[in-house]
Design a binder for this molecule. Structure first.
Ligand code: DP6
Length: 361
């Protein structure tokens, strides 16, 4: 499918008003998306675990207006008006209008809230853009009831990508791949797909504890971060490495080879940060506690032979990944050894989930 496949069909009569709501999860990349070209096309393919506990719930009430001159919406975050999010939503609506031409016909009230603590430093753009895209698709489905389920989800992922790249991986579960790859059938730069190959059952219930090392504003936004890959001295090698890592993951995911899984995932995380350290301008997004945690994970893994590993996003927080069967021991380790490196001792236990769900009105 290409972007043109997501242009709308013939709409039936537009409803006067209504309300829809969806809950979409966050996701954590194993092979990272870092670098893009316009508009929101990834420089390399990526793959992520869909999470469960960390999620955004969004409702969209819509009411027909008597003009269609511009977008009109109000935005509430956790019950309060949130005008500083409005420009991002405005840009999003402009980008997706061609795919959802009814948008200017309505006045929308968008209400959104996160399951994770406010300002935890966890990016909510993936879950937020995924939830909003699903709500808008739900409205489209009312205008075009013939839309089948596969097209509904593929188009929702495509719209979410136009809001935030990684959001296209927050629609379905439990492993989502995004970005054209010659060895992955149906892979696409414009939307995420459920990983089409065998996945060992150990990965279907994998755990991710997010260690909140630093909850402040990020030093570098991801949008700016992606730009740093333009003209980056190592860009081409890095993009090729991501393609290769997706090939390498195939037998690892099928067999459940945790030793190889750990090597690949940790190398991806450190490569992401190496890219930021070697760009111009350059950044170090890890904090001293990020490194303390990494060293303690390595020491714990060496001494106990427990298959735990870490991954990182473009920030200081650490995602600790481990099989469900190791949950009790690892959670003791977190409580006794790692929690002291988290801001206010805070962390969030999450696990691989099944994707977004519609909230019944
Ligand atoms: C480091 O999806 O937040 O988390 O497309 O500019 O919104 P935009 O970027 P975003 O980038 C995420 C980067 C990452 C790696 C990943 O999730 O693959």
């Amino acid at each position: 499918m290409t972007e043109n496949d997501f242009l709308p069909g013939n709409y039936q009569k537009l409803p006067v008003k209504g309300k829809v709501a969806w809950k979409a999860p966050s996701n954590i990349a194993l092979v990272k998306y870092w670098g893009k070209r316009p508009v929101q096309m990834p420089a390399n393919p990526s793959i992520s675990f869909t999470l469960d506990t960390c999620a955004t719930t969004t409702s969209v009430a819509f009411e027909k207006k008597d003009n269609n001159t511009g977008f009109s919406f109000d935005l509430f975050f956790e019950g309060k008006p949130k005008d500083d999010f409005k420009p991002k939503i405005q840009t999003f609506l402009e980008r997706i209008e061609k795919y959802l031409p009814f948008l200017k016909e309505y006045y929308f009230t968008i209400e959104t809230s996160n399951s994770f603590p406010h300002s935890s430093g966890i990016a909510s753009s993936a879950s937020g853009m995924a939830a909003l895209s699903l709500c808008l698709m739900d409205i489209e489905k009312q205008l075009d009831p013939a839309l089948d389920e596969a097209s509904f989800y593929a188009k929702a992922s495509h719209l979410a990508r136009l809001g935030s790249g990684s959001a296209c991986r927050s629609i379905k579960g439990s492993l989502v791949q995004w970005g054209k790859h010659k060895n992955i059938p149906n892979s696409s730069d414009v939307y995420g797909i459920e990983y089409p190959f065998e996945v060992n059952k150990v990965f279907r219930t994998y755990c991710d504890t997010i260690l909140l090392v630093h909850k402040g504003q990020k030093q570098v936004s991801s949008t700016m971060g992606h730009q740093l890959m333009h003209g980056h001295p190592y860009a081409e090698n890095r993009f090729q490495q991501a393609f290769d890592n997706l090939d390498k993951l195939k037998p690892i995911l099928a067999s459940g080879d945790l030793e190889e899984f750990i090597k690949l995932v940790e190398s991806e995380a450190l490569t992401l940060h190496a890219m930021m350290m070697t760009s111009m301008p350059y950044f170090i997004l890890m904090k001293p506690d990020t490194l303390e945690i990494i060293n303690k994970i390595w020491e714990y893994r060496e001494t106990t032979k427990t298959p735990v590993c870490f991954t990182l996003d473009a920030g200081a927080n650490v995602h600790l990944l481990y099989p469900d069967a190791e949950k009790e021991r690892v959670r003791d380790f977190i409580k006794n050894t790692l929690a002291k490196h988290c801001e206010n001792g805070q962390y969030i236990h999450d696990h691989v989930g099944k994707g977004a769900v519609k909230i019944k009105g």
